[in-house]
Each structure stands twice: as C-alpha cells, then as structure tokens.
Design a protein around this ligand. Structure first.
Ligand code: UMA
Length: 437
C-alpha cells in the first residue's frame, strides 16, 4: 500500500471512476487536483485549467481515456511522472480477496452471478469494477475477510501495472474495441495483463476458447468447459460437474442461451476455488436474475417474440445471441458505432435471416456487407427508426432481435439507454413520451 499523505496527485477524467478515485485519495491525505477534457468541472476548487503547467507525484487515469495519442498522458510519460489506472489505485487499498473477471463477453453476468454465490455463502462481498461501482469506491469498505468480485475491462487494464487479483479469469476473447487498441493482438495483450503470473494467483480459463485455453501453462488453472473434462468444471449427463461432484442439473438453469451456460460454468469454477458448497452454488444460480439488456426476453408484438441484447456491442456477442435463438424467423437489428470490427462474420455463415435491418453510423457499412453476401437488407438512419419499422411489420413466428454488434454512442449515451429505448418503442411507451414532449 502506498503512502499518499501530502502527495500531489492529479485525477484525469471525472466520470464515476475519477470521482471515486478523488474521494479515496482525499481520504488518504493526498493533495488532489482534477482535470477533465470537457472542462465541465472547471468551477470545482481543485480543478486545474492547465495541468501541463504543474508537477505531480502521481497521475490517476480514468478508464475512458485512450492512452495512445493523448497529449497530456504523453507529456507526463516524458516527464517520468508515475501514471496508474483507477483500477490500480482501488486495488492498492482493497483488503481481502480480489477476484478479477475479464473477457470480451459475459463479464457482467459472471461478476453478478459470482457475487450472488459469495453473498449466499455468507461472505462479505463487494461487486465492483466495470459493472458500475468503481473499485476505488468499494476499497475503503473492505477488510481482511472481504471478497471483492471485480469486473475488469480492457480500458481499465490498459494502463494497469499493479492490479494483481487473487483469482483471475479470462472468459473469452474475440475482436472488440479495436478502435482503441489498434489491433486484435494489442487487445489480447491488454486483457492478458490480468494474468500476472504471480505464483499464488489462482486462474480460471475457458477450455472451449482456443485462444484463452492456451494463454497460460499453470498448474493452478481451473478450466471450465461445455464438454466433459477429466477435471475442472464441465458438463456431463445434462448437469454441471466439478470433478466428481454434481453442482446443478441443466434443467434447473434459469439463464437463457449457450453464452449464459458458459457464464454459469465460469462462476461455478470461481466459486469452487474458494470451496463454496455445491448446494449454496446451486441455490444462488437458481435464484439469480439475469442483468438487463443481455438477450433479455421482452415479450410479444403481434405474435413476434422480442429480444433485447443491446449489450451485444461486438460481432461475437451478436453471433452468440443469434446462435442461442436459432435462425428460424429471425429479424435482426444491427448498427450503431463501429468499434473497428469487420462485419463479414455476421453474413458469411449462411444464416437464414428473415430480415436484416441496418442503422446508425455503421448502418451503410453493414448494409453493403449484407448485400455482398446476397442478403436484401434495409437501411435506416437510426435505431429508433429501424425499431419502429420492425414493430410495425412484426408477424407471428418472428423473433425480433436487437443485437447491434456496435457501440451505442452515435445515438445514445450507453447501451443501457439504447436497450430501454428499444423496449419503449416495441411496447408503445416511447411513442407516448415523444408525443407528450
Ligand atoms: N474524459 C476525458 N478525456 C477523454 C475521455 C474521457 O477527459 O479522452 C472524461 C469525460 O469528459 C468524462 C469522464 O472522462 O467526464 C468519463 O470517464 P470514463 O470514460 O472513464 O467513465 P466513467 O464514468 O468513469 O465510467 C467508467 C467505465 N467507462 C468506460 O470505461 C468508458 C464504466 O464502464 C464503468 O462502469 C465505470 O468506470 C465504473 O468502473 C462502462 C463501459 O462502457 C459501462 N465500459 C466499457 C465496456 O464495458 O465495454 C469498457
């Protein structure tokens, strides 16, 4: 743990992470300055109008700030001022066990479910990180007996040097956030930082993901798999097993789809590493309610079933939603802001989509790609217009799926808002809001 008393620390970026970091630093006696490129905090007394003019002992960087090409960060690197991520700061002051969960898809579900299992086992549990509660906020509440179940994003790992979770897991790896990292290789290298290689780190990896499976040769790895393995956490006789012990029958799972099966396996693999009893794990899984906007079943419109997977912000997540639902009667809504991904994979698998609606900033690119593979897509300026069209043309037997394969920021402030608006359009509420404004 570092001594921050009297140290001059600049917090860069004042979203929820920066604010939590500032509070923690203040409580630890640091002399805190803040800076945000948007300048909207310029009235706060410790705001620095021009941080380039000052010297600092430490810079704490918020996850949303892209390191490459950032003038301020380059300046501090040149000056040899230590830079750490908010994740590092929070970790340094977290007591007890830290479980770090990363991967391209499923992080939030695994973090929530694992948290529920640990809580049910009577452990003092903090569910934190990218899921919404910054680790800096949870840190000072932890003690030796605590378990911090922390969702870790590649953004948080980018500048991280000290985060060393007692248990680390990478759930899966597929192209995502290429716009931020420059290449898939760089993205994978960033994710891999969660596996510090320290001797006592427990590691949980996905045996079914070739890239993840081969990341580490470590005796302490626990693998999880949808196939039957000799040991680890796996499926046998229509049930989830840990080695020879049956944990739960697949018939008792309440989460929907193949991807969620992987998520449950991952949470079980984490729980068994801390010797949580099978009946506790089982009860937690049965009582778990899936986080919103992840292949969430919304209901029926004109006999069509409607699903919201607004969280599917990359190709692999969208494909996994499609695989879970099956192609019969599938009407898909793709679009938003491209994160540097190539859309071919959505169309080169011969999936028999009933209709493809493309929208937003990346709409034309997706539309062209779909046409290239012989589909007859339709192009809409926004998700809202595509959703209205899907609703007005909904028919019995269809499955209308919002799985955009893109970020939401061209039209919305987050994937959550996108999902809410989709639901509101599909079920009428949004029309009322618009009309009354
Ligand atoms: N800012 C700058 N300069 C920049 C970029 C941003 O000054 O170049 C400022 C903005 O003006 C704003 C602040 O930074 O005032 C925003 O900070 P931030 O983007 O780091 O966001 P936070 O509010 O701190 O939220 C972050 C995560 N957001 C991102 O990583 C973009 C949240 O994940 C996370 O829940 C939260 O910390 C708590 O840990 C969101 C996310 O989209 C949900 N994550 C990505 C994902 O899941 O794919 C990685």
């Amino acid at each position: 743990m570092i001594n921050l008393k009297g140290k001059k620390v600049l917090v860069y970026g004042l979203g929820i992470s920066g604010q939590s970091a500032s509070k923690l630093l203040h409580e630890k006696g640091a002399c805190v300055s803040i800076y945000d490129d948007e300048g909207r905090f310029s009235n706060v007394f410790c705001y620095q109008k021009n941080p380039l003019m000052n010297e600092y002992d430490l810079i704490v960087v918020s996850p949303g700030i892209k390191v490459i090409g950032n003038q301020l960060i380059s300046h501090f690197i040149m000056n040899r001022t230590p830079l750490i991520s908010e994740l590092d700061l929070g970790f340094m002051f977290t007591k007890g066990v830290v479980v770090g969960i990363t991967g391209t898809n499923g992080k939030t579900t695994v973090t929530s479910l694992t948290g529920e299992i640990f809580k049910r086992a009577g452990k003092k549990t903090f569910v934190c990180g990218n899921i919404g509660l910054p680790i800096s906020s949870a840190a000072l509440k932890t003690d030796k007996a605590s378990f911090s179940i922390c969702e870790v994003s590649n953004f948080q790992l980018e500048l991280s040097r000290y985060f060393n979770a007692n248990l680390a897991t990478i759930l899966n790896l597929a192209p995502d956030h290429i716009d931020r990292h420059g290449s898939f290789e760089e993205y994978v290298a960033t994710k891999k930082k969660i596996l510090t290689g320290k001797r006592n780190q427990k590691v949980v990896l996905n045996f079914d993901d070739e890239l993840v499976k081969n990341l580490l040769i470590n005796k302490k790895v626990t693998f999880f798999s949808k196939k039957t393995l000799n040991k680890g956490v796996f499926i046998k006789n229509n049930a989830i097993y840990h080695n020879k012990t049956k944990i739960i029958s697949l018939n008792d799972l309440t989460l929907f789809g193949e991807k969620n099966l992987e998520n449950v396996l991952a949470s079980v693999a984490i729980a068994v590493r801390y010797r949580i009893k099978p009946n506790i794990i089982r009860e937690a899984i049965i009582n778990f309610k899936a986080p919103r906007h992840r292949l969430e079943y919304l209901g029926q419109v004109n006999g069509a079933n409607v699903f919201d997977d607004s969280k599917a912000t990359n190709i692999s997540a969208a494909l996994s939603a499609i695989n879970s639902l099956g192609e019969k009667g599938l009407v898909v809504l793709f679009g938003g802001q491209n994160k540097g991904c190539n859309f071919d994979e959505l169309f080169n698998k011969n999936i028999n989509y009933e209709a493809v609606y493309c929208f937003g900033e990346a709409g034309k690119e997706i539309f062209d790609c779909a046409e290239k593979y012989g589909y007859s897509p339709m192009l809409f300026p926004t998700m809202k217009s595509a959703s209205y069209y899907a609703k007005n043309n909904a028919m019995e037997g269809q499955k209308i799926l919002l799985a955009p394969a893109c970020a939401s920021f061209d039209e919305f402030t987050s994937y959550t808002v996108r999902g809410e608006v989709f639901k509101e359009i599909m079920f009428g509420i949004y029309e009322k809001i618009e009309m009354s404004q």
